[in-house]
Structure formats: structure tokens, C-alpha cells
Design a protein around this ligand. Structure first.
Ligand SMILES: *[C@@H]1O[C@H](CO)[C@@H](O)[C@H](O)[C@H]1NC(C)=O
Ligand SMILES: *[C@@H]1O[C@H](CO)[C@@H](O)[C@H](O)[C@H]1NC(C)=O
Length: 371
């Protein structure tokens, strides 16, 4: 924050004051830990609104319970998982990287690079046309670091990134919007499911290593949720509300191999950089027993149409439930804000079944005592 920011003309009192005010405000914003988000629609804070894509949440009733009561591009009735993690960090929500409002000192809060529809693989989500694939998200992260360097100096920028919290959520679309998208999809003709999972994990490894190379040192990595239990899949494959076995099997294969990968990577870097978040278990708690969590259903989406409100998209013409807090699913694919709160509580204080090797409250405690 100090060094090369000294004003050259020290007799100009007003200029001096300006610089001091600017520095103070930078320090103030930088006090909270920066937060960076990568991934798909589960964590997109609105990047896709700035793109020509069909994967968007920019119309009513998306955002109906958001503080502004307007759509923001989040695939939620209100707040999503990154927003609620920001809340736990005591920070404002991360802005989408493509938002023009993400500038100046607001860069120091972090940034959200996620884009609905993407996956681990470059060919996942091609049907959505113009989305920010994961390697592009990583390029934007580099560009972001250059912008922050210009603002606070390179050394401070490196520290900001090293000390930041990172969340990455990928994988669901590689099954739903690629392998299982259509019968006899290219990927399903190329790979048997177990081999596809091995391939996905080998590609995910490269992405996670790259994040480390770019300076990330606390990376929470979510596995996939119970993909076969979302209203969209029930509508297509379920007679009696049972989860679609093919997608459940995909998650069953993928998640343990991801946990294993993260342990290997931690061993390689010699530190607990990669934290595995068991999204499957977090979601199954309330999907398996919705009443216990105050939901009237975990099968029917609040917003949608057809069986389970699971056909098509949530649009202004869809059925809309009056009380979103009573539904585990907001739309055919995405949890409601209330379900997101249950998930993020498990991030925060869940035991090793949910967060491995440690939960977010432990991360925050550890990292605050080392700085
Ligand atoms: C995906 O795209 C990136 C960037 O364009 C490229 O570096 C990478 O090799 C591609 N991955 C595969 C498996 O083709
Ligand atoms: C998670 O958080 C709680 C308290 O918030 C703590 O007691 C517990 O030991 C933590 N578990 C792990 C595995 O870090």
C-alpha cells in the first residue's frame, strides 16, 4: 500500500489529502479477505448477462427474493452459494468479472469468473453458444491480477491472491449437458461412463494445478450434487419420484475420485491448499428428508412447468410457488436460497463428511492466525 504511491508535490495539500483518502479506502476494502469464484451456473453471479448466450437468468421471476427483487443473472430466487460465503467472510458479494462496475477498489473484494453452462471439458455446453469456458475464466483471472497490480503494486497484488479464498464448482454439466445430453452423444460413444470419469478427473487436475500456479492457496472444490435427483431429471426419467440412476451413478463415480485427486495434489504441494466440499452429501440431507429442514418438497421445483415443474426453463410464464422458502429447488436444476443457506452452513461448520480436510470456519481461523 505504501512505496511508490508518495505524491511528488508535497506542498499541494489538497492533492495530499486526496491520496491519503484513496489509500485509506483501499486499505479499508482490502481488510476483508478477497474471494474468487470459478465454475458454472451454481456459482455464476451474472457474467452470462454480458454475453450472447441462451444460458441466462435475466428475467422475472429470477431474483424475486434478492434484495433488489430483480433478476441479476444468478440462478436463484435470491442469494446463491458464493453470496452466502461472502456473507460469512463479512464481505460484499463478488461482482461478475464482466461487470463494468468491477473497477477500482472494488477489485480488491475479489471477482466472480463463473459462467452458466460450462464444464471441465471445452466441448461441454457448446449448445449455449457464447459462454466463458474454464480456461478463459483462468485467463481472466490473470488479467484481473494485472489490473490489481496496477492499482496496489505487484507485491501487494500477489499477497492478495495468495491470501484469498477460492471456490470452484465444475463437473455437473459434463454429465448433464454433455455425456447424457442426448442418447448416443459423441462423448458416450467415445467413452464408457467409468472411463469418461477418469478422463474428466485427469482434465480437472490440469485446471486445479493451473489455479495454484496463478497464486491460489485456499481452494474449495465442490464435487457434483445428486444430479439424478433434480426436478428436471425427475420430469424426464422418474415415475415415482425416484432419482435417475444413470446420473446418480455418474456422481458416485466422480466424487470419490475427485476427493482422491485433491489429496494427491495436497501431498504434491505439501500443504492443505485444496479443500473438498461434499456437495452430494450436503444436498442429500434435505433431498432425502425435506420435512426435517422445513421444506414441503424436494422433488417439485418452485418455478417451472410440467411434472415436478421440471420441464423447460423457469420463465415469466411458469408456475411460481408463493413461498420460496418451502422449496428445496428454485428451478428445475438449482437450489433455492434457503437450500443454499443449508449448504453453506455445512461448508462453514460441517464435519469431515462434508468438508475435507477442514471446514471453512477452521480455514478462517487458521488463516487469520498466520497473518
Ligand atoms: C481446452 O482449451 C484450452 C484453451 O483453449 C486448451 O489449452 C486445452 O488444451 C483444451 N483442452 C483439451 C482437452 O482439448
Ligand atoms: C468444523 O467446525 C466446527 C466449529 O465451527 C469445529 O468444531 C469442527 O471441529 C470443524 N470440523 C472440521 C473437520 O474441521
Amino acid at each position: 500500500m505504501e512505496q511508490n504511491n508518495k505524491p511528488a508535490i508535497t506542498n499541494r495539500v489538497s492533492m495530499c489529502c486526496c491520496v491519503i483518502v484513496l489509500l485509506l479506502s483501499l486499505v479499508k476494502v482490502a481488510e476483508g479477505r478477497a474471494f474468487f469464484v470459478f465454475g458454472d451456473s451454481l456459482v455464476d453471479n451474472g457474467n452470462n448477462n454480458f454475453l450472447a448466450t441462451t444460458a441466462r437468468a435475466d428475467s422475472y421471476p429470477y431474483g424475486i427474493d434478492f434484495p433488489s427483487h430483480r433478476p441479476t443473472g444468478r440462478f436463484s430466487n435470491g442469494l446463491n452459494i458464493p453470496d452466502l460465503i461472502s456473507e460469512k467472510l463479512g464481505s460484499e458479494p463478488t461482482l461478475p468479472y464482466l461487470s463494468p462496475a468491477l473497477d477500482g477498489e472494488r477489485l480488491l473484494v475479489g471477482a466472480n469468473f463463473a459462467s452458466a453452462g460450462i464444464g471441465i471439458l471445452n466441448d461441454t455446453g457448446i449448445q449455449f453458444i457464447n459462454i466463458i469456458r474454464i480456461y478463459r475464466q483462468l485467463q481472466y483471472f490473470e488479467q484481473y491480477q494485472q489490473r490489481v497490480s496496477a492499482l496496489i503494486g505487484e507485491e501487494a497484488a500477489v499477497r492478495l491472491v495468495n491470501e484469498a479464498l477460492v471456490l470452484i464448482t465444475l463437473g455437473g454439466n459434463d454429465f448433464v449437458n454433455n455425456y447424457f445430453l442426448i442418447p448416443f452423444s459423441a462423448r458416450s460413444r467415445q467413452f464408457a461412463l467409468p472411463d469418461y470419469v477418469v478422463y474428466l478427473i485427469s482434465e480437472y487436475r490440469k485446471i486445479l494445478v493451473r489455479l495454484y500456479e496463478l497464486g491460489a492457496r485456499r481452494i474449495m472444490v465442490t464435487g457434483t450434487g445428486p444430479l439424478g435427483c433434480v426436478p428436471a431429471e425427475l420430469a424426464q426419467h422418474s415415475r415415482n419420484g425416484e432419482c435417475y440412476p444413470a446420473l446418480q451413478q455418474a456422481a458416485d463415480l466422480f466424487n470419490p475420485q475427485l476427493v482422491q485427486l485433491l489429496s494427491q495434489l495436497n501431498a504434491e504441494v505439501g500443504s492443505d491448499v485444496y479443500i473438498s466440499a461434499n456437495a452430494f452429501a450436503m444436498n442429500m440431507d434435505f433431498i432425502g428428508n425435506p420435512q426435517q429442514f422445513g421444506f414441503i418438497t424436494s422433488k417439485v421445483a418452485c418455478c417451472g412447468q410440467g411434472p415436478y415443474n421440471g420441464i423447460g426453463l423457469c420463465t415469466p410464464a411458469s408456475n411460481l410457488c408463493p413461498n420460496r422458502d418451502l422449496y428445496a429447488f428454485w428451478d428445475p436444476f438449482h437450489p433455492s436460497e434457503r437450500a443454499n443457506r443449508i449448504i453453506v452452513d455445512r461448508f462453514m461448520i460441517g464435519d469431515s463428511k462434508y468438508m475435507h480436510p477442514m471446514n471453512l470456519s477452521t480455514i478462517m481461523l487458521l488463516d487469520s492466525s498466520t497473518t
